[in-house]
Design a protein around this ligand. Structure first.
Ligand code: SAM
Length: 346
């Protein structure tokens, strides 16, 4: 890392970073299995409480990333900073760059960590899909390890309009309004019945996707769908036997819309491909996924990379790593977390 003084990087993204979404432009992976994210009632944080994000698989992250003295690491999903703080504390002679596309994360977590570790922590505002460009911008060419903890933080579920079914808010769902123009409300308002059904099936494995899409299209001519409550109630009214179910019947549709609006899977694909460009010899990549669509992308990428003869690399998790009973007892959000790690010698 160059000895260059870097302040908090809060710059408006370039116009080419703000992309419009069209269903037929989006390469949708085929789905064989989708798990539902932790958006059920038990986990729904209350907006009026100060919500903190508990980092998942903390010991496992430290074990697989294995931070070393004098080395540089990137946490591309800074969030509440739990993983970053643990890395900086466990290895008092390493540096960490903390990235997030949510500007509020950079202004809160980023600023707090910068104050606590002024010479060892650098916050960067950006989309991890362009990790190489973001590092290049702050004069960093190679790093020794990368951590990605995909998805949303508990703070985002509590505070970002549209992410929680249990708060009646505008159907926005963008984790970063600076990076995306199109809200979930606009998707629901303008996309065809066929395209909506495709989103619900491919990103949420919603078996009543066709029925829900039809109800949305029929309803929106009379009453514009603007809020989470309107959408959740519409889905409840068309999905059979949804009363008494442990998860809310709208959970899968909310998940699908969030993944689509934020281009979550495309970002992970670009992130992995671009990560290779910034890895130093004998470096590590650790990824935590929360549903099988994400996990499958990571698993396939690691498998492909391990086949290249010129890259001496090794998958460190031949079996996916999940939370221990002890962790699950204190953090239910960890129940669907899956960690995969790989050592690269490029
Ligand atoms: C699960 S939270 C990370 C929590 C964090 N590891 C901690 O210990 O508190 C995921 C974070 O990644 C960020 N994120 C999601 N997709 C991103 C992307 N494409 N680029 C940058 N940040 C992203 C979200 O804004 C969120 O803050």
């Amino acid at each position: 890392m160059k000895n260059k003084k870097v302040g908090i990087q809060v710059e408006a993204p370039q116009i080419d970073q703000v992309e419009t979404l069209k269903v037929d432009q989006t390469e949708m992976p085929t789905v064989d299995q989708v798990e539902v994210l932790s958006v059920d009632q038990v986990d729904a944080p209350k907006a009026d409480k100060v919500v903190q994000h508990k980092p998942v698989l903390l010991n496992e992250v430290l074990h697989f990333l294995a931070p070393q003295p004098g080395k540089v690491y990137v946490d591309v999903t800074l969030g509440g900073g739990g993983h970053t703080r643990a890395i900086l504390t466990t290895q008092p002679d390493c540096k960490v760059i903390g990235m997030d596309w949510d500007e509020s994360v950079i202004k809160t977590t980023g600023a707090a960590l910068k104050a606590e570790f002024p010479d060892r922590f650098t916050p960067v505002w950006g989309n991890f899909s362009k990790i190489n460009a973001a590092l290049n911008k702050i004069g960093v060419k190679k790093v020794d390890g990368i951590l990605a903890d995909f998805g949303t933080s508990q703070m985002q579920i509590a505070n970002t309009a549209g992410l929680s079914i249990f708060q009646d808010k505008f159907l926005d769902m963008r984790m970063s309004s600076a990076f995306f123009k199109v809200t979930a409300q606009e998707v629901l308002k303008t996309f065809s019945e066929k395209d909506l059904a495709k989103i619900f099936f491919e990103y949420g494995e919603e078996r009543f996707g066709n029925r829900i899409a039809r109800a949305i299209v029929e309803t929106r001519y009379k009453t514009p769908l603007r809020t989470t409550k309107q959408l959740a109630e519409l889905i409840e009214s068309v999905v059979p036997g949804s009363k008494g179910s442990k998860i809310h019947p709208a959970t899968r549709v909310f998940q699908a819309l969030r993944i689509f609006v934020n281009k979550e899977l495309e970002n992970i694909q670009s992130f992995l491909a671009n990560s290779i460009k910034v890895l130093a010899p004998d470096s590590r990549v650790v990824c935590i996924s929360f549903h099988s669509l994400e996990d499958r992308i990571v698993k396939q990428f690691f498998r492909e990379q391990s086949k290249f003869p010129l890259i001496k690399s090794e998958v460190l998790t031949p079996r996916v790593c999940t939370a221990t009973e002890e962790e699950l007892a204190i953090n239910r959000s960890a129940r669907s977390a899956k960690l995969r790690a790989m050592r690269f010698d490029i």
